[in-house]
Design a protein around this ligand. Sequence first.
Ligand code: GDP
Length: 473
Amino acid sequence: ADEFGIALANLADSATGLLTPTLRLGVTGLSRAGKTIFITALVHNLLTQGRLPGFAPLAEGRFIGARLAEYPDATIPRFAYEQHLASLTANPPTWPEGTRRISQLRIVLRFQSAKWWSGMRGPATLNLDIVDYPGEWLLDLPLLGLSFAEWSAEALDRAGQPGHAAEAEDFLRELEKTDATKPATDPDAERLALAFTTYLRRSREHGALSTLPPGRFLLPGDLEGSPALTFAPLPLAAARHGSLYAMLENRFEAYKDRVVRPFFRDHFARLDRQVVLVDTLRALNTGPAAVADLETALTSVLACFRQGEANPLLRPFSRRIDRILFAATKADHVHHTSHDRLEAILNRLVASASKRARFAGAEAESMAISGIRATSEGTIREGGQTLPTLIGTPLAGETLEGQTYDGKTEIALFPGDLPERPDSVFEDGTPVALNFLRFAPPQRLERIATGDIVLPHIRLDRALDYLIGDWMA
Ligand code: GDP
């Protein structure tokens, strides 16, 4: 009877091995939104069973363990988890390099289901596949519906607007020197592409978050320097065979077919869940124009999450994201009394952006989080008042009120409060006065009984519970 039992268990094991459910979680956001930190923190907390009181499987004692596993598709770069963790736990710790391209990681989770019959079935397994990709790449979706002439008209119109004059000047001058009806040469194409890319980069550096497509001109991933990225918008001209116009038009079409479409088809369309990270605090701190700009960027990003039927460009890719989490990152830059306010502001930002993107279908929620918390909290007394403060080590070179920090000194900072009503940010356009400094990663990390370090966070457990908790019920 025992043998029979074991044989049966083995059979069940191999069946689950074959049928292990796989949840594909997309992590995106514009450059420096906090994707790398979020994923590193999430994986570390799962592997070490860190402090995740709001993650039901752990809180209920049903979580058995997690391990990293080989990713089934060997052609996609692996998320460099170990390397990122090593930077964060080095002496002194440093922030790792952020996301530049798509990468993936598989983590296998073992747990006991909470369902009444689970006792008979034994522990369950879930493959969590994390897919990290630049939010800039989502801005390319509209290109699929545009011809080269249409895209060129839009892009040149934008470049010619007064607000873009300083950044676009060099590119427009290059364009003037170019006769697109002349026979094509590679150096001409390269010269124009370079000038166009420089223009896009400059607008980005000058504070614009709502970057303009093509997304890979800013974050080329592995395509840096390849002909698929060597094009630029041109004024309408006769696209005679062999002309520069014809060459760039072909390259634009190749970019759509070989770069944009495969990304949506092979990666984006296969996601089950999505987290969109938003550096809301940086925009608030920069001012009302930056907030409006962030809203524009989010509107374009959200357009990709519209249901397939509503979005003809996505129809060929069967879409199925059923839950989206919007997360305002770096919440450790404000006191915890402002976390709910930060959440409310993000909620408002996303609500108006999604209204404009006419986004509907998937369930969505907003949270204020910090993947890795770089500050602790304290109070100072000033003029008979007790003010809540943040305690942390500003990064070398950060300045505030005429003082420049050396990257070694711990300080207490009154960060300022976020407004109680999110409306004041959007309707009145009142700037939010924050004392905003970038901090070094936490310096003294606690260890748990197993010897593993603890990476402190804010509400990462709640985020995790929302994103995968129901798959582990
Ligand atoms: P990515 O480009 O989206 O991958 O962004 P990263 O994850 O590399 O984050 C960009 C930078 O933001 C990091 O180098 C950190 O300086 C900062 N950062 C990200 N997450 C946090 C956080 O939770 N707390 C703090 N204080 N800083 C963060």
